[in-house]
Design a protein around this ligand. Sequence first.
Ligand code: SF4
Length: 250
Amino acid sequence: MLKFSRSNAKLEKLELVIDKVVYSFSLLSGWSCPFAKECLSKVHLIEGRRKLFDGIYTLFRCFSASQEVLFPEVFNSRKNNFDILKSMSESEMIEIIVYYIPKNADVIRIHVGGDFFSDKYFLAWIKVAILFPNKIFYAYTKSLIYWIRNRELIEETRNFVLTASYGGTQDHLIQSENLRFAKVIFSEKEAEDLGLPIDHDDTHAYDPNLRHQSFALLLHGIQPKGSEASQALRKLKGKGSYSKRKKINV
Ligand code: SF4
């Protein structure tokens, strides 16, 4: 059984602003992210205990991996989704996603945790979006090569909205292929210098009408001790956090 979720502070904010029912669908962070680099963190199960490991290039720790190490239900749900999908064919993936997709969803964020781990998984989601023209599907991704290979189909599929996120092994493609991007910034001044609006609640990310407009995201989450990111986070004093309440997304 695939698990879709609603309980996330950022998505609750988005629901309020756009007045639509929003769900998300996640996979295990890091393990399902073939092109992650500066964000790469993974939770390993060692003797039944969850332990978080950063990659050798990690500059800012993956927020969703931090959730997975803290909350067993988040880890288990995302692992369940990834374990089910990773060995399926494209048509099997489409079939199971269509079966479990919440019928009352207006908007689905694909991946609070995880990324498009293969070409066929990427294509499966585009085809699901085509089957549900009244729902909006949106995702951040570092799996840029899949995007580029299927660009024409994505342009035709108006309800499938992508944002390239920096920090992966294919960053060079963002500029060369002129992809809409989100950049994690360490201060509001940095966004100003780059001329990018800051998206606090996914309103930029989800909106098909803004699908060609790039934006910035304020650094948030738990960052590696002593890193540049952890110092920047202290200076932001919680501005990048979506809520002071402990809300999780399974
Ligand atoms: S690509 Fe996203 S989910 Fe994957 S490790 Fe990086 S930030 Fe985490």
